[in-house]
Write a protein that binds this ligand. Structure first.
Ligand SMILES: [Ca+2]
Ligand SMILES: [Ca+2]
Ligand SMILES: [Ca+2]
Length: 392
């Protein structure tokens, strides 16, 4: 029964964490509208619950499993399979810190460093609507300027100031946008933007459309220029649609993951919200050979593709991690939008002649400067986002 409900409401947009039946079931019972999941994915991994009671947080008792060089964290033991072979928890903690700064392949692929002489995103505010951000991560802290936490309490959405990331997903997204350009770790696409943590998902990566909508409205009311949403669900909500429309009207560039429900065919449509709302820039994923990722959902509203397979970025616990998903592709586009917002608009793109970048104008610029990958527009829209060309 519980598993049937998962399949019915979420399609295949499940993470290794959200896919855990006990944890997911607990979230469903606590929040009737829960169907929002962070979008990272690795087809080599599957898990089964082994009983126990999943509690939120989970930082006190991490069970760490390793598959293909990637570490997966759970707060209870699970039956974990890597390439079909059962793996047991390892005793070491996360990967050792990187001693010198490396440039992740995706940052190179979008031409970020070639954009930096023109724009590094100074003064542009980017809201990461996700699981929070680790506030003191040494490769992020200087760029984090604030945040908010929305959560469901019965029928109400409440908020507090505890936006720390108890999952890791939001910290990973934040690093792709704006990991610091220093001598350690990684670097983001727009290393000088101002990051705001809008925590709307729990430690298991789940939330409700009401919490997401509250986060989108907060972004609009607090001067955010970009809202990055690496989240998705197969059925939307009027509350969310209204919030998206409101934020668009306030000038927020809205970017969202296309979804991880892809079947490899561009002719079958896998709808995901908020990506499917017309005001949102929907992002598919490509791998390091610039081939469309097998999991990347296809739909006529997909606007762009970006790197989304084996993406190295910041993670909770002041660590780094490789993750895959349209979740990882999305922040490459959000950050490129921030770089564009750091440039003076030309009359060519200023459709309403008001002298500033409006969301539709940013989208037009991102699409005009994208690299055609020769694949169906249902997979990648106009193609690979290209920061170096977008700031010209
Ligand atoms: Ca760095
Ligand atoms: Ca398809
Ligand atoms: Ca304008």
């Amino acid at each position: 029964m519980r598993n049937n409900r998962v399949k019915a409401s979420v399609l295949t947009a499940l993470t290794v964490l959200a896919a855990f039946p006990v944890a997911f079931g607990a979230v469903v019972s606590a929040a009737p509208m829960a169907e929002v999941h962070i979008l990272d994915w690795d087809g080599s991994v599957s898990i089964e619950g082994s009983g126990g009671n999943a509690q939120g947080g989970g930082t006190a008792a991490d069970y760490v499993y390793k598959c293909n060089g990637v570490y997966y964290h759970f707060n209870i033991p699970v039956r974990f399979y890597c390439n079909g072979v059962r793996i047991y928890p390892i005793t070491t903690t996360p990967p050792p810190p990187v001693s010198a700064q490396t440039t992740p392949w995706g940052i190179t692929a979008v031409g970020a460093s070639k954009a930096w002489p023109t724009s590094r995103g100074v003064g542009v505010k980017v809201a990461v609507i996700d699981t929070g951000i680790q506030s003191n991560h040494p490769d992020l802290a200087a760029n984090i300027k604030g945040g908010i936490h929305f959560y469901q309490s019965g029928a109400s959405v409440l908020s507090d100031s505890n936006w720390e990331d108890d999952n890791g997903h939001g910290t990973h997204v934040a690093g792709t946008i704006a990991a610091l350009d220093n001598t350690k770790g990684v670097v983001g696409v727009a290393p000088d933007v101002e990051l705001y943590a809008v925590k709307v998902l729990s430690s298991t990566g789940s939330g409700t459309w009401d919490t997401v909508a509250a986060g989108v409205r907060w972004a609009a009311d607090h001067g955010m220029n970009v809202a990055s949403m690496s989240i998705g669900g197969s059925v939307g909500s009027q509350t969310l649609a209204d919030a998206i429309s409101y934020a668009n009207g306030k000038g927020v560039v809205l970017v969202a993951a296309a979804g991880n429900g892809g079947d490899g065919s561009s002719s079958t449509i896998e709808t995901s919200y908020p990506a499917a709302y017309p005001e949102v820039i929907a992002v598919g994923a490509v791998d390091a050979t610039l081939k469309v990722a097998s999991f990347s959902s296809s739909a006529p509203y997909v606007a762009l593709c970006a790197p989304g397979v084996s993406v190295n970025s910041t993670y909770k616990g002041s660590t780094y991690k490789l993750l895959s998903g349209t979740s990882m592709a999305t922040p490459h586009v959000s950050a490129t939008a921030a770089l564009v917002l750091g440039t003076q608009i030309s009359t060519t793109y200023d459709a309403n002649s008001n002298g500033v970048w409006d969301p539709a104008e940013v989208k037009a610029k991102l699409q005009a400067s994208a690299v055609n990958l020769g694949v169906s527009a249902n997979f990648c829209g106009s193609g690979l986002v290209k920061a170096s060309a977008a700031v010209v």
